[in-house]
Every structure is written in C-alpha cells, then in structure tokens.
Ligand binder design. Sequence first.
Ligand code: GLN
Length: 282
Amino acid sequence: MRIAKRLNEAKTMMEQAGREGSSAEWLLMHVLDVDRTGLLVRLSDELTPEQDLRFSEYLLAHVHGVPVQHLIGYQPFYGRDFRVTPDVLIPRPETEELIVFVTERLKRESFTAGQIVDIGTGSGAIGITLALELEQPVTTVDISPAAITVAKQNQAALGGDVTFLEGDLLAPLADNSVRVLVSNPPYIEEEELLSEVVFDHEPHLALFGGKDGLVFYRRLVEESGRVLRDDFRLIAFEIGHNQGPEVQMMLKERYPNAETGILKDINGKDRIVYAERKDCTA
Ligand code: GLN
C-alpha cells in the first residue's frame, strides 16, 4: 500500500480514537526517519513490512494513551527538539509564548550569572531556550533529580549557559540575587479531569498545583521577597486560563511599585501574568 493511503487510514484511525490526526504523521516521520518534506517526497513509495509493523505498533500505543512524544522521544519547542521522558512535562506550544514575552522584554539587556532564573526546569525547555535566545546565563531549579538529568542532556545537545540546581522552588537561590524570575509551575487543580494521555504518562509533580491550582504561585510570590533584588526587572509566570486575576493580585499586593499584567495566548485564553519594573532596566 502506498504511504499516502496508509497515512490517511492511520489519520482516520487516530481521529476515531479521539487523538489528533497529525499524530499519525509524526509517528510515520519517526519510522521513516525523515522530516515533513522527506515524508512528502515519499508519499507514493511503499513501507517495508518492518516499517509497517513498527508504524502499527506506534499507532496502537498512542491509541492506548502513550503520548506521541514518548514514542518518538522528543518535542519541538521554539525551533529546537527537546528530548522528553515520563520524568518531565512535555513542553506545550503555549509556553513558547512565555519565551516570546520574556525575550522581547529583556532584549538588549545584560545580566550576570544567577540573575535570570527559571523555577521548575522539567525538560529544560524554558531555561535553555532563554539562555540561547537572550545569549545570557540562566539558572534553573527543579525538585526532581530525574528531570534535571533530562534537562542536562538537552543542554548538552542544544547548548546555552545554564546552571542546574536541585531543590524546592527558590530554596537553593541566594538572598537578594535574582533580577528575572520565570516559571511555568504545576497549576492544574487537584480535581480537574485530564486526558489519559496526560494523566497516565506525565509527572503529576509537574502538573498539579494543589486544590485550587494556585499553591505554587502563592509560595513563589511569598518566597520571592527573599531572593529578588530591590531592582528586580521582571517576574513572568505561565498560568491556567482561569488563574489570571488571582495571580495578578498576588503580585500587585507584594510588588505595588511594579507594573502588572495578564496576557492571552494564541487561543485567546489568559496564559501569562507578569510584574515588571521598567525603571530597573540593566
Ligand atoms: N499546560 C499544561 C497542561 O495543560 C499544564 C502545565 C502546568 O501545570 N504548568 O497540561
């Protein structure tokens, strides 16, 4: 059977199973070891029996809930492929918008080691991307040694001046040292129903933020007083779509002299909350 037809059938199979049709494409590109263009030029070829079998196995695994990214081993994020395992959250496209926001705000400013921090490293997607895009040193913290191992592998493959610290939120950071605080903490509410692809395969440590999903924002804002310098520049958090006003209020109360705001993602949902000191540019 020609690849084009096999792919179409696989897409339909994915959709009927409640998965994205495009998953079939990612899995087939992986089986053939080609990118999208490579796939296009081979649409009238045939799969070998071994390729066909592997493709079927992958499709079935995904139908049973295994994320495509765990089958192919990576997730593209901001133009780079990040290795992912069940020990780390799979980077989401929404989080690329956090990168856009932070890099636009900090363009042309320079910072020294330890001044830009990312809390909750996971795969390293945020920390490594910021280090590469800003060409500045970034320090990251994660409570999970297994996640840090993955992040370090990503840093070794992709580069970036990144220091990885293990610990609970801001605990490993020095007093009065941080000028830019970025985080995509766990923010899912305890009772929220998630797809089995997420719930059964991604680390709950990286997903759930207590009963109302806000536990880590409360702690980050409260504990930030110790590590932030008086002339801090920017705090930027990714948030759940219904958490904007509450998280903004926390920042407003704690940092009344900063300008705070909520930004929407490409789907029109609240996604980023920030506090910024424009008078403190570096
Ligand atoms: N955005 C992720 C999701 O919807 C959650 C990430 C997080 O809790 N920080 O699954």
